[in-house]
Every structure is written in C-alpha cells, then in structure tokens.
Ligand binder design. Structure first.
Ligand code: HAM
Length: 409
C-alpha cells in the first residue's frame, strides 16, 4: 500500500499547477512593482511567538495549531500564518524604519477540511511595517484587489471595517459584554464561552447572527483618531476606484488588529462566504512580541481559494515547440537544437525514448506543444520540417529560422 497524502493536504501537479504558476508569477511581479522585497521565514517557530502574536484566546491558537515538541524538548509550531514571523524577523534583525516585505508559502491549521479549507494551505502576503499613514492601508488593500483583478476574478468586493484602538475598545467592550450577557441564554455555547475571553469574536459568529445583528458595533464607537484614520482609508480607496462596503461585523480571527480590518469576497467563488484574503492594521503586534511600538498593516491571500475562483479558460500551450526526431542518426543534432532554443528562452521539449514518429507526435499533443519541429534527413541541407499543432501545413525552413518561426515567447 502506498501511503496517501495526509488529510487536508493536496498535491499540485501539471497541468493544473499551471494556474498556480500564473498566480505566483503575477504576485511576484506585482510585489516588485509595488516595492515589496522578498521575505523568507521558517516554516516552524517557537510556539510562544503565535501564542503572543496571534493571541491565546483565538480559534487559531486554541484549536488549530500543529504544535509539537522537538528532540531538544522545545515547543515548536508549524506556522499558522506569517505576519507574526515577519515582524519577529524585522525585530530580530534590528531593522528600523519603513520596511515592505512580500512572502509566499504554505501555512498550517488543523481545520475540518473541505474545498478551500485545508490543513496545509498556501498564502501570498505583504506587510508594510513602520508606516502609520492610512495611505499604507490603502496601498495594501489596493494590492489585493488588483491581484484578483489581474487573475480575472470578477465582482470582488472589499469588506472594510474599523475595530478602533485599544482605548476605544475598553468602553465598547463593556457595552458589548453587557448586551451579550442580557441575551446569554439564547447564544451558542461557543459565543457564551467567548463573552469573557474574546467578546469581539462573537460579532462574526454565524450561529448567533440574529442576536449579533442588533449588537453594538465597534465602528460606532471609534475615538477621533481611529475615526480620522478610517476616513483617510475610505478617501484613498475612492480615489483609486476600489469598490468597498463597510462591514461593521467583520472583526477577523487574529488578536493583533486595531483600526482597519478588511476581507475580499467574490461572488464567483463557490463557497462565497469564505474570504479569498484579508488583513488589516496591527500597530500593537511589535509590542506584543516584546519590541518597541511599531505601526504596520498587511494582508494575506488564500491561494488555494483563489485557484478555485479563477475562471475556467482554455489553458494556453505549455510548450512553444516539441522537437520530433524522425531520423535516429540525427538525435545528437536534435538535442543540440533543443538546448539552443531553450537558451533563447523558448519552452521546448523532446522525447528521449526511441519512439516512432507517430508516437512522438502524440506526446507533443499531450504535452500541449503549440508546434513541432521535425529533425530528419533534410537536416543534411540545413533545414527542418515545422508544423503548428492547431492545424496548418508542414513546411521546410532553415534551421536558423526556427526561433523566428516559433515567434517570441
Ligand atoms: P487570515 O484571514 O487568517 O489572515 O488568512 C488569510 C487568508 O488565508 C484567508 O482569507 C483565506 O483565504 C486563507 N486561509 C486561511 N485559512 C485557510 C485554510 N485553512 N485553508 C485555505 N485557505 C485558508 C492571516 O493569515 C493574516 N496573517 C493576514 C494579515 C497579514 N494581516 C496582516 N498582515
């Protein structure tokens, strides 16, 4: 028996993985053009980092972490997200001042698996550190919106909210707790448990939607600074024509946020209640980790979900040319031609088995080559035979004309 991949994990293979490549390339290119440098942090960290950064009373830390003791007796955790790691890396390196970092990679949460909810899932994300301006929030929100736009995902809406600053939340929390206490008997067990530990989280509890619909919301209890910040974010989004809706009950599942929080929803995504990505401002995280105060904002997008939401389209050809060896004596020449074309940046492959010409053409079709280049006896005259797979005549051209005939990548 061959062991299967663990529950809630996926193998990604071609041709489906071509979407992944397109997404990761688009993200990489955008990160560069928005000025975010590449950041890589370990896949596992000291458990304490997430307990302190993400928050003890969050669902992620309470229930979803892959935590184990290593052979040295240290408690380590497979990262459930990367924001705490990026801030830790910045603090540990003694960096100061504005820092813009982009990352991509697998994250791990012990969840009940379903489509778009995996135990190992993949995020791409950006973090804008040491910048308090609402324009940083706007840039980050725009980034996620444009990424989805570039990938052809239509009707995306940004759900925007402000949960205020810690000072605003003290008075608000009392109001909310009093409201929930009055209705305690009708709340779900989960919500009742959260009244003391994390009452804000009750606001996005689907099981308690009816009660929550009337509850006081943080956006109506902002102090002047948080209110001014929110106004700046809204103005910036409007300037860039980013469609958004105020969603007073979005609070997000991680404890480090203050002021701005947001999520991206798309109606073209099957499980439409699940966000394709989200993020927010986290001016307190650096202090929670033991550093000096540092304002910051960032987002992470769920790649597994975005892949599901990407429009079904005719995937473009995977190879520019497949080189067919019609004359076994010319195999060496054919391999040399393959190497030359590859070095020019063309996507070229050939069959290394000694198959019949017909079989090689079949492989070319399976590999989704857009053309074949046949190396046969005409090589003697400095020529090859070429044909487009989409139909079209065979023709003989000079060997040195092959790149031009194939066209630019
Ligand atoms: P998050 O909302 O926990 O935020 O995750 C961001 C996105 O990752 C979600 O919107 C979703 O698309 C995807 N995601 C989360 N869990 C799963 C799962 N089990 N399976 C598949 N996809 C999933 C964060 O992680 C924050 N670090 C975002 C952030 C960055 N805030 C500030 N900077």
């Amino acid at each position: 028996m061959i062991p299967n991949a663990p529950k809630g994990t996926d193998d990604v293979l071609p041709p489906e993985s071509e979407r992944w490549r397109r997404l990761l390339r688009t993200f990489d290119r955008m990160a560069e053009s928005y000025g975010y440098g590449l950041v890589m942090t370990p896949l596992f960290e000291a458990t304490e980092l997430f307990a302190r950064g993400v928050g003890e009373a969050t669902e992620v830390v309470e229930k979803q972490m892959y935590t184990f003791e290593d052979k040295g007796g240290r408690s380590v955790t497979l990262r459930p997200e990367a924001t705490a790691s990026v801030v830790r890396a910045y603090l540990q390196a003694g960096r100061q001042g504005v820092f813009k970092g982009a990352y991509s990679g697998p994250m791990f949460r012990y969840e009940q698996p379903q489509a778009g909810r995996r135990r190992q899932f993949f995020q791409v994300g950006i973090e804008y550190l040491a910048e308090p301006s609402p324009e940083a929030d706007v840039e980050v929100i725009e980034f996620g919106y444009r990424l989805l736009e570039q990938l052809g995902i239509g009707d995306v809406v940004v759900l925007l909210n402000s949960i205020g600053d810690p000072g605003d939340r003290i008075a608000y929390r009392d109001l909310l707790v009093a409201y929930l206490r009055d209705r305690e008997a009708d709340l779900s067990d989960e919500a009742r448990r959260r009244i003391d530990s994390n009452p804000l989280r009750v606001l996005d509890s689907k099981a308690d939607a009816a009660i929550v619909a009337e509850a006081p919301v943080p956006i109506e209890h902002l102090g002047p600074e948080a209110a001014g910040h929110l106004a700046g974010v809204r103005q910036g989004l409007e300037r860039l024509d980013i469609p958004y809706e105020i969603a007073p009950r979005i609070v997000r599942g991680l404890d480090y946020y203050n002021r701005t929080v947001f999520e991206y929803l798309s109606r073209s995504y099957v499980a439409a209640q699940d966000a394709l990505g989200g993020g927010g401002r986290y001016d307190l995280l650096a202090e929670m980790l033991g550093g000096a105060p540092m304002p910051a904002v960032g987002l992470a997008m769920g790649v597994d979900r975005i892949i599901l939401a990407m429009p079904e389209e005719q995937e473009p050809a995977a190879l520019d040319a497949f080189v067919v060896v019609a004359d076994p004596n010319r195999r060496g020449a054919a391999l040399r031609l393959v190497s030359d074309l590859r070095r020019q940046g063309l996507r070229v492959d050939t069959d290394l088995g000694e198959r019949s010409v017909k079989a090689q053409f079949r492989v070319a079709g399976r590999r989704r080559a857009s053309a074949v280049v046949v190396v046969g006896e005409e090589w003697e005259d400095g020529e090859v035979t070429v044909r487009r797979m989409a139909g079209g005549e065979e023709e003989r051209i000079r060997i040195e004309e092959v790149p031009t005939w194939l066209g630019p990548r």
